[in-house]
Structure formats: C-alpha cells, structure tokens
Design a binder for this molecule. Structure first.
Ligand SMILES: [Zn+2]
Length: 510
C-alpha cells in the first residue's frame, strides 16, 4: 500500500558551516527517503536552517555583516553542501522566510488565546559580553562564562512563558502507551526521565526575549516589545513547511518522522510534543535519535585523504557514495561511532573494494573474456537455489532493519549475500569450467551477473550513484524493487565492452 512519509532533519543553526554531524543526519535521512521512495511511498524530505537569535547577531557583527546578509551566505553553504553530496530534500526551509513568520505567529496567538502563554519573571545568568543569558553548560567550573571568563550576573526581567507543566503528565501518559514513538529505546527512557525531572522542578518554558536585548527574531503577535526565543521559532518549521493551516497539512503531518542527534533530544522529545498538544496539533508519529561521531574534529588526515577537514573534502576525495557508505555502515544507529582514517579505509577496502568490487570485477571480466553474456536465455546454474534462498532471507531482514532504523544491519544483510556470491565463484571456479564445460560456465556467470544486479538493487539507498551506474551498464530490468529471487531480475542481452572500477582501493599514506 502506498503511504506518505514526512521525513525531517533538524534545521541547522547557521552560526557554523556544515560539519560531519550535520552531514550524517542529512545523509541518513536521504538514505531513508530513498528507501521509502523505492518502496513506492510518497516522501516529503525536509531540511533547512535555523537563523534567528543572539548568536547569529554576534557572528554577523564579527564579519561586519547584517544578520540577514550573514544568514544568506551560511544558509547557501548548507544548500550547496547537500547538493554536492547528491542529497535529495524536497524542501529547504529558512526560519527567516515569511511563510514561517506567519505560522509561528498564528500558533503563538492560538496558544496565548487559550491561556497557555503568560507573562512572568525570568531570572537567569546573563553575560554582558555575550549579550545573552547563558545555560549551565556554557559556564566553566568556576561558574564563569566560558568565553569571557567573567561571572555572569543574575538578572530578572519580564518575559513570556509557555505553560509546559500543564501538558507534561499527558505527554508522559501518551508516550508510555506508545514507546516506539521515540527510538532507539534508550532515548525513550531518557525522555521519560527528563519529563519526571521537569515535573519535579515545576518550571515552565521561557519563550521570549525583550526587543531591548534582541530584535533578530519573530515578534510576539500579542506584545510587539518582544520576540519569540528559540523553540517556538525553530521547532515550528516542521509544520510550516507542509502548509500548516492548509488542506495539504494533515495528510503529511499524520506521517511526520523526525530524525535528530541526541544533543537536541530534550526540545524534540519534551518541549515539542507539549507545544503541539497546546496548539491542538497531534504529536509527531516518530522521533528517531542517533549518537555522535567521535574523533572527527581533531583527526589529522593524511595526504591520501587530501588533508580533509570536513565532509565535503572527504567526499571530494572518496566520492559521495563511499563517504555515505562508510557513515551509514560504520555507525550503529543510536550509539556513538568512532572515526579515524584507518577505520574508514579498512571499512571501505573490505566492503567496497574486496567484497563487492572484486565480485563485480571478476564476474564482468569473465563474461567478456568467455564471450557468454549477459544473455537472458542462458539456463540457470545449479547454485541458483542457494542464491534465491539467500535473497528471500535478505528481503525480510532488510525491510525489517530499515523499519527499525538499523541502517548498519540492513547494509550488512546485503553483504551476507555478496559474500555468498564470492563463495559461489570460488567453489565453482568459472575459469576452470571454461576449459571443461562451457555451457555450465555460461550458466554460472549469467546467474552471478543477475545476482550482482539483485544486490545492487538493494544497495540503491546507500550507494545511489554507483548502483545506478552499474544497473544501467548491465541493462537491468526488475519486477520488484527489492527482489526475492533471480526470476524477478532480467539482464538484456549484450556484449560488455568497458566498465569503470567499482571502487578504487585506498592505500595508506605510509
Ligand atoms: Zn560571555
């Protein structure tokens, strides 16, 4: 059945250029979006940039730019990066857009009218150097601003608050009835703990800043002396983009899936659902959370990787597919993963150069050398029963792993079949058969070529460029997007001339 999937990355804050963390989330969403599209679902894949706030005002001033001009530049860098990496978002939202202002103000007004936004006294640690309140995380062990090495002043002022406390118990109850709404499981538990903690301390959510301190934001519709601060601006992007207030909205929102890194679990897992409840919008369908890449920032890349400093440098050196494959295969979704040049080389050489690259290279070379195909009328080889059984298992595993966001396991399940195919080559030795039994040699090589096509069909979400290239080369037609037997895969008759190397082995610099 054809369904809708609304898939979102967080919107990225434009105080820095795209880094590996941004790239990972966006690539993971792209992999997921491609998988859903291949399954025949209607996908709306959203990403964008978060552009308001005092940090942006500061960053712009440091470059002698207006905040608007500064945001245009950095936001463009994000869009260009995703384009360069071959990613396929359906929309890119900026929180400085008019379509967003309208929705933010409509939702603020609705919640204010219902009595769930009120004026109160906000007390916090204010750093006059930073010109803003600091969070506890921004203080050093002496309780000073980590940037200015000065103790912030405790100041109080009038601000507006969202009555979050009113909705926390309801949200907890709903979540306990539907634990898979937040996954992997560890993050569901973390959210429950956070809800309990917030209920205990009894605090509501501060949602505004006076214009005397900050003008770079969306004005509160009920008090023009204030702008809304952070979450009522940023999180609402998810409903703006699919047309909140129009008939377009509900069908997409009913299938809303957010992906985030664990650092923004609290706002997405606690603030956002309570905001939605207050706005009388159903809570998102699912929130999926991944860990961090450790060791990338202080990694010194050797010359062989072009002294890469960011994901774009790496993609330049390796190709988009190889970077993407590494990130999606190496990280166990939900946990942290370690990056080093060695880990990456080992992974890519083992999987793409050895397992898959070698299988493709030797099969195609022998098809050409023995001049026997691809030929769709070649009879099936005796290994076909085992290959079909493996494909049937693969289909079940692969779909289930994708549904659970176990990208690493989904990819590994394809490599189980690839390793079986290499074993078939080693066991039946087509180079020996070519001398003794040419009909069996032809049957074997054609069966293998079909099987290569089958695994490439499965690898499309994670190796979109390479799989398209070789599926086109092999003139593949398939009755199923993810075939469970070779019967569903046909290769047109042709004589292969040349083909590119599937993946060039990476050599260490030493
Ligand atoms: Zn400071």
């Amino acid at each position: 059945m054809r369904t809708k999937k609304f898939i979102t990355t967080p919107i990225y804050y434009v105080n820095a250029k795209p880094h590996i963390g941004h790239a990972y989330t966006t690539i993971a969403c792209d992999t997921w979006a491609r998988f859903e599209r291949l399954k025949g679902n209607d996908v709306f894949f959203l990403t964008g940039t978060d552009e308001h706030g005092d940090k942006i005002v500061k960053a712009a001033a440091a470059e002698g730019k207006t905040p608007a001009a500064y945001c245009d530049v950095i936001s463009r860098e994000f869009r260009d990066a995703w384009k360069k990496l071959g990613l396929t978002p359906d929309d890119f939202i900026r929180t400085t857009e008019e379509r967003h202002r309208v929705v933010v103000q409509a939702i603020l007004q609705k919640i204010f009218d219902a009595g769930d936004i009120y004026a109160g006294e906000y007390t916090g640690n204010y750093c006059f150097g930073c010109e803003r309140y600091l969070t506890d995380k921004e203080l050093n062990e002496k309780g000073e601003c980590a940037t200015h090495l000065k103790k912030p002043e405790v100041i109080s002022e009038k601000n507006y608050f969202f009555r979050m406390q009113k909705y926390l118990p309801q949200w907890k109850e709903a979540l306990l009835k539907n634990p898979s709404q937040i996954s992997p499981e560890g993050y569901f538990n973390e959210v429950l703990g956070t809800i309990d903690e917030l209920i205990k301390n009894g605090e509501d959510l501060s949602i505004s800043r006076p214009k005397t301190r900050l003008t770079w934001g969306i004005e509160l519709p009920f008090d023009k002396n204030y702008v809304t601060y952070v979450w009522f601006d940023a999180l609402i992007n998810y409903v703006t983009a699919i047309g909140y207030g129009t008939p377009n909205f509900e069908p997409w929102w009913a299938e809303a899936h957010h992906m985030i890194a664990k650092d923004i679990l609290k706002p997405h897992g606690v603030y956002w659902p309570t905001m939605l409840m207050a706005a009388k919008i159903p809570v998102f369908k699912r929130l999926v959370v991944h860990g961090y890449w450790l060791g990338f920032a202080n990694q010194k890349m050797s010359k062989s990787l072009g002294n890469a400093k960011d994901p774009l440098d790496l993609a330049d050196k390796l190709g988009n597919d190889a970077l993407r494959f590494f990130l999606m295969r190496e990280m166990n979704f939900g946990s942290d993963a370690r990056f080093s040049e060695e880990i990456m080389m080992n992974r890519l050489n083992a999987n793409l150069a050895n397992d898959l690259g070698n299988l493709v290279q030797r099969t195609l070379s022998m098809l050409k050398k023995y001049d026997c195909g691809p030929n769709p009328s070649a009879p099936p080889h005796s290994s076909r029963g085992a290959i079909d059984a493996a494909l049937k298992t693969l289909r079940g595993d692969y779909l289930r792993y994708f549904e659970n966001f176990e990208f690493h396991n989904a990819i590994e399940s394809v490599f189980v079949v690839i390793r079986l195919l290499n074993k078939v080559v080693d066991d039946f030795k087509p180079w020996a058969l070519a001398k003794e039994n040419m009909p069996e040699c032809a049957a074997l090589l054609n069966t293998l070529a079909q099987a290569i096509a089958a695994v490439l069909l499965y690898l499309r979400p994670v190796l979109p460029e390479k799989s398209a290239e070789f599926l086109t080369l092999l003139k593949v037609e398939s009755a199923q997007e993810f075939p469970e037997s070779l019967e569903e895969v046909t290769l047109a008759a042709q004589k292969l001339e040349t083909w590119p190397i599937f993946f060039q082995r990476l050599e260490s610099a030493e």
